[in-house]
Design a protein around this ligand. Structure first.
Ligand code: AGP
Length: 611
């Protein structure tokens, strides 16, 4: 949510800042701006709208300087406008600030600063920081930032510059992501809210922790605590390469990432399944067998798509290990007082690893004595760092706001964990474990086979293009497919789509079914097959159109559906990985017909770092 990029060095500063911002645009795209230090002055250029609008402005009026900060915004305090765009200056334009997060006590601080004579130009909480730093500035930006931040309650990743100290940037972090990029060649350094911004320039980084401050010049980076104590940081190597964050010939990141799923699933498996005997090695899991044997309950902490991946894991763990699993969205879970205790394992699932609701619920879980396992994509992210155990999904950068490859990889990671837990607790025989692992190992290839349906799914999207109301239904392992399918369509096609447990239809939603409504349902072989067919009959009896996602070998399904999308056979507990793919493709092709902004849907952002 919002992206920060900062640069010091000898390259074309504005070009570096814009390149970083373009890679961060998925985090927010309401407005953007840059501040560049030019001959002892700060030049500020910002605009409402996307980075392309800002780039247009900069084309004819490009400040030339060796240090700058930049920002792309997802509006929280104050609507999208040029005035509310970052960077924010102080009264006289001597200081400029970019910020992600929320300053919770900004109204109180603003009132005080206004009384003291400061003039505000925006409605943002961020501008308070610029005035606070101005208030405390006595020729030393580091000291001013330190004193200012002492007054602040809330979350921030902030970078400040002053025209009096042109070669210096001061950054700080509290609960919002911040990374420092160390120049591969001497004489340049970077800071950003996300590794994807700096990967074209460097892979060497410092991961800034909460309560830390960074002083950056082109030649030196010093990390300190907010109290001023020097901190020695290990250099972190970013594995993702620049091409992974490019569209590579695809029309959108989303479709590229959908097609990357076989590769992403292979990476999630990595060398975790070993040899012909199907040994499972979850190195780095960080949870002892003794603990896993003792735990009594699991609670999945996640938001949106990640929570639906959690539902797939819930079904697998309950079925295979006999351990009860609660799944609730993190914004609710953090307030549920009696979910967590010492015998409960919290599993936090998050692609970005920076989702504020997820982090808050993790903190609630920890306070109440639970241990935490993180399933995340971003190495060194806050979710990874705050957990006791870790399973990285290694899906590579996911840029499209709609989560696709992270979803299926998260399910796969949950499945690996389910098999491990079942083995440790002796809830499954070695034979069953081997069978499941063989099935998991085959998933990347089966995902490739599923993607061959893309052309057919595109034609269905065209056939049903005038349908404006969708229901997505699923049972058992595919309750999650229904929820995720509906979310994808809402998110990128802006159509009414509701996900339901199919059994709930008769308790209300059936009233929505008319010939103007289409129903998508995953009906795969397994214990819920017959009842799911019953639901399709109910729909068709009321003139609703049915698109079924069913197994290739299913000879019956065509009798109950208007159209069928085929997926290969696999174990029922593993099948959500495959059923997720047609749901993504359908949403994508419908959204493309309507010419939606698929990678950056309105009102949304990729990484939601505010509660
Ligand atoms: C999915 O397409 C969404 N963009 C959204 O629901 C997302 O999954 C959610 O915000 C959680 O994000 P995270 O995985 O980065 O924590």
């Amino acid at each position: 949510m919002c992206g920060i990029m900062a640069y010091l060095g000898g390259r074309d500063t504005v070009e570096v800042l814009l390149e970083g911002l373009r890679r961060l645009e998925y985090r927010g795209y309401d407005s953007a701006g840059v501040a560049v230090s030019v001959d002892g002055k700060i030049e500020l250029i910002k605009s409402k709208g996307k980075i392309s609008v800002l780039a247009g402005l900069l084309q004819n009026n490009k400040p030339e300087g060796r240090a700058g900060i930049a920002h792309t915004r997802w509006a929280t305090h104050g609507p999208p406008s040029t005035a509310n765009a970052h960077p924010h200056p102080d009264c006289e334009g001597h200081i400029a600030v970019v910020h992600n997060g929320i300053i919770e006590n900004y109204l109180e601080l603003r009132e005080q600063l206004e009384k003291e004579g400061h003039t505000f130009r925006s409605e943002t909480d961020t501008e308070t920081l610029a005035h606070l730093f101005e208030k405390y500035y006595e020729g030393d930006l580091e000291a001013a930032v330190r004193r200012g931040l002492k007054q602040v309650k809330g979350s921030y990743a902030v970078v400040a510059m002053s025209d009096k100290e042109p070669g210096l940037l001061v950054a700080a972090r509290q609960y919002s992501p911040l990374i420092v990029g160390l120049g591969e060649k001497p004489g340049e350094n970077f800071a950003a809210s996300d590794p994807s911004a700096i990967i074209p320039f460097t892979r060497k980084a410092y991961l800034v922790d909460n309560g830390e401050m960074v002083l950056l010049t082109a030649d030196k980076v010093q990390v300190k605590t907010l109290a001023g104590k020097a901190v020695k940081k290990p250099v972190f190597h970013i594995e993702w390469d620049a091409e992974m964050a490019e569209k590579g010939g695809y029309k959108h990141f989303m479709i590229k990432e959908i097609f990357e799923q076989p590769h992403a699933l292979r990476e999630t498996i990595g060398d975790r399944i070993v040899g012909r005997r199907m040994g499972l090695n979850l190195e780095g899991l960080g949870l002892s067998d003794g603990y896993l044997r003792r735990l009594k309950k699991i609670a999945v902490i996640a938001c949106g798509t990640a929570s639906y991946a959690g539902m797939a894991g819930q079904y697998a763990i309950e079925k295979l290990c006999g351990v009860p699993v609660i799944v609730d969205v993190a914004s609710e879970l953090q307030h549920r007082e009696s979910v967590f205790d010492k015998s409960t394992l919290g599993i936090a699932i998050s692609q970005s690893g920076e989702t504020a609701d997820t982090l808050q619920a993790m903190r609630t879980a920890h306070r109440q004595g639970a241990k935490l396992l993180a399933i995340t994509n971003v190495i060194g992210s806050s979710v990874a760092r705050e957990a006791d155990g870790l399973l990285y999904i290694h899906a590579g950068p996911e840029i499209g706001v709609a989560s696709t490859k992270a979803y299926t990889s998260q399910i796969l990671a949950m499945l690996l964990f389910a098999v491990h837990l079942g083995q440790v607790r002796e809830a499954m025989t070695p034979r069953v474990a081997r069978r499941l692992l063989r099935g998991i190992k085959a998933l990347p290839e089966l995902a490739e086979e599923t993607l061959e349906e893309a052309g057919h799914i595109k034609s269905l999207a065209a056939k049903y293009k005038d349908i404006k109301r969708y229901l997505y239904l699923g049972r058992g392992a595919h309750y999650c497919s229904a929820m995720e399918g509906a979310l994808k369509l809402k998110e990128i096609a802006y159509l009414d789509a509701e996900g339901y447990a199919a059994g709930e239809m008769k308790h209300g939603p059936l009233a929505l079914v008319t010939e103007e409504c289409a129903v998508l349902s995953a009906v795969v072989a397994g214990p819920h097959y017959e009842k799911s067919i019953g639901n399709l009959q109910e729909i068709r009896a009321r003139a609703g159109r049915v698109i079924a996602v069913a197994n290739k070998s299913d000879k019956e399904i065509a009798k109950y559906a208007d159209d069928v999308i085929r997926i290969p056979e696999t174990e029922e507990v593993l099948s959500p990985v495959l059923a997720g793919i047609p749901m993504q493709l359908y949403a994508y092709y419908v959204a493309d017909i309507w010419d939606r902004e698929i990678d950056q849907p309105r009102n949304l952002a990729k990484s939601v770092t505010v509660e």
